[in-house]
Write a protein that binds this ligand. Structure first.
Ligand SMILES: Cc1cc2nc3c(=O)[nH]c(=O)nc-3n(C[C@H](O)[C@H](O)[C@H](O)COP(=O)(O)OP(=O)(O)OC[C@H]3O[C@@H](n4cnc5c(N)ncnc54)[C@H](O)[C@@H]3O)c2cc1C
Length: 144
């Protein structure tokens, strides 16, 4: 950071959420950001990409046909990926958008939400990458 002396040396970025109906076709599968790019506000993109690759490699061990492996992969991953994609998509305007109102709302309500017992555990599970859907998580018994 010491080498950065003015805003002209920085690059501004934009984010785009992409929702694919299916992440594979005859001979190609889209994993990681290629399959589900989102804004990085939940900090889960690298985790999801690594899980995608590990899950697909396990599917290839179980199914010798590429398409069968893709079908199995999709069934195993779709709920978790959909949850993180949708939530990130909804949260993005509160972190990056024109105007101040959403930013104020975020600064007021997020601290309150993180002190509310049920919401707190859901928020922590989300940020730990444990959630596998709106009502489900991988570690049900984990005390957070
Ligand atoms: C500002 C920011 C902060 C983030 N913070 C977090 C965080 O805290 N935690 C977290 O988990 N995730 C975070 N992410 C998201 C995370 O970086 C990505 O989700 C993750 O890197 C996706 O991994 P990937 O392998 O799918 O794609 P990438 O890491 O993008 O890898 C794709 C690779 O393919 C290469 N490539 C592209 N086109 C070609 C081509 N035609 N031929 C050959 N190679 C090619 C690219 O150069 C790149 O190296 C953040 C992202 C951003 C932008």
């Amino acid at each position: 950071m010491a080498r950065v002396t003015s805003f002209d040396e920085l690059t501004f970025t934009t984010y785009r959420s992409v929702f694919m109906k299916s992440c594979w076709s005859d001979r190609i599968i889209f994993l990681g950001d290629a399959g589900h790019p989102t804004s990085p506000h939940l900090g889960q993109g690298a985790n999801l990409a690594l899980e995608d690759v590990w899950t697909f490699s396990e599917c290839l061990k179980q199914k010798t046909e590429f398409q069968s492996a893709c079908l199995l992969y999709e069934s195993l991953r779709k709920h978790k990926l959909r949850y993180y994609q949708r939530l990130t998509h909804w949260l993005t305007p509160f972190f990056q958008s024109e105007g101040n109102m959403k930013g104020w709302g975020r600064d007021i309500f997020l601290p309150i939400m993180s002190q509310t017992p049920l919401l707190r555990s859901q928020m922590l599970k989300t940020l730990c990458g444990f959630k596998t859907g709106w009502t489900k998580s991988e570690f049900h018994k984990t005390e957070l």
